[in-house]
Design a protein around this ligand. Structure first.
Ligand SMILES: Nc1nc2c(ncn2[C@@H]2O[C@H](COP(=O)(O)OP(=O)(O)OP(=O)(O)O)[C@@H](O)[C@H]2O)c(=O)[nH]1
Length: 769
């Protein structure tokens, strides 16, 4: 059993977090139709025969040039067009406008203060007249938490977008910036909202709690920012809390997130005596006075305590040393023991941030109305504008089939919109090469194409669209039924929720005829049930939440299956031979392959076999859950002149799959979650006890000044009902988040129980028919 466990650990349906992986996923999806032949094959579509079939996929906006370094070389020797030349060709007024635009998101662990911070941003920029707190005493709730549910629960559920104008003072001159801002939810159940936001943004503010530092969900959003190449600045919030320690948080950004980070401010005071910050770039003390800290007051360092001034000098050295590591010009000055100027420091911070080699860290207390305005200044100073290195419309494209030529027309598979490809470039470090065309398998960038990340382009003849956004698989599901007969409103709501949120799924189980909804956690589904009631007036009855199990096999098994039926008229006949084996595919994909020699089964029937295989993987033979990581090879068989049909081969494959699966060491897999719990120190014993009872593996325990954080892995099954037990064990002071980690085999006893329950339920249904 031990060996099985190790091998199956690799069955991880979540791809790793690199942009390259996004490419590979898309490539796999795209290649699929190419492999098959026969009447349904795209290769037989008339347009495909004309010699210029193509399917393109936008991978991501270019946010830094480093990620294209691996682009393959072209055969021609094109001229190299320097970036400045391209910039020079753009309308200068448009360039100037874009230089003052910022599209940014705020992302962080739950309860770090994203909404509280956004509320200040809206207030200081004049978008709202007064500040209302999350779960505040006035019961109004924050502006960005616009859903009643968000205000009641004090959590953000949907990303909320807003905009504001911020006037930054630069050498005494007012500079007006337009900031489009998205506040994203922190709770792991709504992680798709963060994914959705990050792929359209140019930059992000990552908020951390000064007491807790890097938390589990900070690691998740970090991964997401890396996946979409989003440059970021960091804000260490809650400096007024007891035990606040920005240096620990910065150290953790360096060590846990592996991003070079350094403070560009130091705090003046801390905890309940936190008063303001020293700006390390300009070496000025900054205080926040007046109603809700609206007046930013600048003072010389001579006016602040000597120890803060000393700390500021020390931390400025640290900042310059960190910049020297990521910026050549600062490194040269450093070696020559020269002190960089304010402009040089600012330029180095900006460039290193845009290249995602560095994150500058700011410090403050949003609730205490201190430190938010400098974050807005830093957004303008250090985060990209839409024309930074991407000219607003530069789009990465991967060509999957055919050739993309300058001047040709392509169609957006989603919108059907026809666009002309005005110019194709290949990236070469920070320069671009214009090329006349680009072939299959290559990556290029195009200008002036109006599209969204992940869009697919074709020559108009293909109905395919590729997936590129990473959508995690739901891990939990429950049956749902309207109490009364409001079916129209119920279906309308279900359609809308699914359109909005790809991690929320809804389907009707063909056997039980029940509607089943699936999502990322108990809370995720609870919120939708509640939204149905409030927004659509549909009260529902829900079943017990169920884990999304998976089924797989652990050994190779041969088969020789004959499907034969004689029912008076024409009969059915199909014989399929071959073997099934585990793929050990890290993404858990299933594969079908034919290795027929001698034509015992025709192409048409083999296509039907593949269909039968794919259908079988949707509902596993053991407990009806999806199948992962199996390969089926058909290498021989037989056909009857009269009785064989596509249907008989499809059915034969399904039966062969079902019978062979059961003989090939079948295993039920269950989702294993990574759980992070934090609570005041006095409850540590209680929590460890709770987790031990669930057979969790405790991986790490970090004890802070007043709170501890425990990380563990535990099966999702064992985590049901944990939130209420945690509340009871910590007097409501504990919080937890969990995230899918892996699929692992269920304990043998549980596997037996699951199979027995499944069989019992099936027998009950059959008897009721
Ligand atoms: N002491 C202190 N509390 C803060 C600060 N900022 C926010 N809070 C509190 O922290 C809690 C969470 O704040 P939110 O702004 O809702 O955090 P969030 O990150 O938007 O939360 P989610 O969207 O649900 O993840 C609220 O009770 C805030 O009042 C701060 O600077 N200091």
């Amino acid at each position: 059993m031990r060996a099985v466990k190790c091998q199956l650990r690799t069955l991880r349906p979540f791809p790793s977090s690199t942009a390259a992986r996004t490419l590979r996923i898309s490539a796999t999806v795209a290649r699929k139709p190419l492999k098959c032949s026969g009447p349904h094959s795209p290769l037989s579509s008339p347009l495909m025969r004309t010699g210029y079939p193509l399917a393109l996929n936008r991978v991501s906006n270019i946010r830094g040039l480093a990620s294209v370094a691996a682009a393959p070389a072209v055969s021609e020797e094109p001229d190299i067009i320097p970036q400045e030349e391209i910039l020079a060709k753009m309308d200068p007024r448009e360039m100037a406008r874009l230089a003052r635009v910022r599209n940014i998101g705020i992302a962080a662990h739950i309860d770090s203060g994203k909404t509280t911070c956004t509320e200040r941003v809206l207030f200081y920029t004049g978008r709202i007249g007064s500040i209302h707190e999350v779960r505040g005493k006035d019961a109004v709730g924050a502006k960005m938490d616009s859903m009643d549910l968000e205000r009641e629960k004090g959590i953000t559920i949907q990303s909320a977008a807003t905009f504001c104008d911020w006037v930054k003072k630069e050498n005494g001159v007012d500079e007006k910036y337009h900031v489009n801002l998205i506040d994203t939810p922190g709770h792991i159940d709504f992680t798709i909202e963060v994914e959705r936001a990050l792929r359209v943004l140019d930059g992000a503010v990552m908020i951390l709690c000064a007491v807790s530092g890097v938390q589990s969900q900070t690691i998740t959003v970090d991964r997401q920012m890396k996946r979409y190449n989003v440059p970021r600045i960091s804000f260490v919030n809650k400096m007024d809390r007891m035990g606040a320690n920005p240096w620990k948080a910065i150290e953790q950004i360096n060590s846990k997130l592996k991003i070079p980070a350094a403070a560009i401010q130091v705090p003046i005071g801390g905890e309940d005596s936190f008063q303001g910050v020293v700006d390390l770039v300009r070496m000025k003390a900054i205080f926040f006075e007046g109603h809700k800290g609206i007046n930013v007051v600048e003072k010389e360092l001579s006016e602040i305590p000597a120890e803060v001034k000393k700390l500021a000098e020390e931390k400025r050295e640290v900042l310059i040393a960190a910049l020297a590591d990521v910026d050549d010009s600062i490194a040269e000055l450093w070696l020559e023991e020269k002190i960089p100027t304010l402009e040089q420091i600012k330029a180095a911070i900006r460039q290193a941030t845009l290249a995602r080699k560095f994150t500058p860290v700011l410090i403050g207390s949003a609730l205490g109305d201190k430190g938010v305005q400098p974050v807005l200044d830093a957004v303008c100073d250090y985060l990209p504008n839409p024309s930074d290195g991407n000219f607003g419309q530069l789009t990465y494209i991967r060509v999957y089939q055919g050739t993309l030529k300058k001047g040709m027309h392509v169609y957006n598979a989603k919108s059907g919109k026809k666009i002309k490809v005005p110019k194709i470039v290949r990236m070469h470090s920070d320069e671009m090469e214009e090329v006349p065309s680009i072939g299959a398998g290559e990556i290029c960038a195009v200008f002036g194409v109006d599209c969204a990340s992940g869009d697919t382009f074709t020559d108009g003849g293909l109905p395919y669209s590729m997936t590129s956004m990473f959508v995690p698989d739901p891990v939990i599901s429950l049956s749902i039924k309207p109490k009364n007969k409001e079916t129209a409103a119920f279906s309308k709501a279900m359609n809308r929720f699914q359109r909005e949120d790809p991690t929320f799924r809804c389907k009707v189980d063909p056997e039980s005829q029940e509607t089943i909804i699936s999502g990322m956690g108990e809370l995720h589904l609870e919120i939708y049930v509640e939204r149905l009631r409030r927004e659509y007036g549909v009260d529902c009855v829900t079943g017990k939440p169920e884990v999304a199990y998976r089924e797989t096999i652990d050994s190779r098994q041969e088969f020789d299956y004959v499907f034969k039926r004689q029912t008076g008229g024409a009969g059915d006949y199909a014989r399929v031979m071959g073997y099934m084996e585990p793929t050990r595919d890290p993404e858990g994909k299933n594969h079908f392959e034919e290795q027929i020699v001698g034509g015992h089964i025709s192409e048409k029937f083999l296509y039907a076999c593949e269909k039968g295989f794919l259908k079988s993987t949707e509902k596993g033979p053991m407990i009806g859950h999806r199948v992962l990581g199996t390969r089926m090879i058909i290498n021989d068989g037989a056909t009857h002149m009269v009785d064989s049909s596509e249907m008989s081969f499809k059915t034969a494959t399904e039966y062969a799959f079902r019978d062979t699966f059961k003989l090939a060491n079948p295993v039920i897999l269950e989702p294993i979650m990574k759980v992070a719990i934090s609570a005041p120190n006095e409850f540590q014993g209680n929590i460890v006890g709770l987790m031990n009872k669930r057979n969790a593996v405790i991986e790490d325990s970090e004890i802070g000044a007043d709170e501890f954080t425990l990380t563990a892995t535990c099966s999702l099954n064992a985590m049901f009902g944990f939130s209420s037990q945690l509340r009871a064990a910590t007097q409501g002071k504990g919080e937890f988040s969990m995230e899918f980690k892996d699929y692992l085999p269920t304990p043998p006893q549980l596997q037996k129980e699951l199979i027995a329950n499944f069989e019992k339920e099936r027998a009950r249904r059959n008897a009721a028919k």
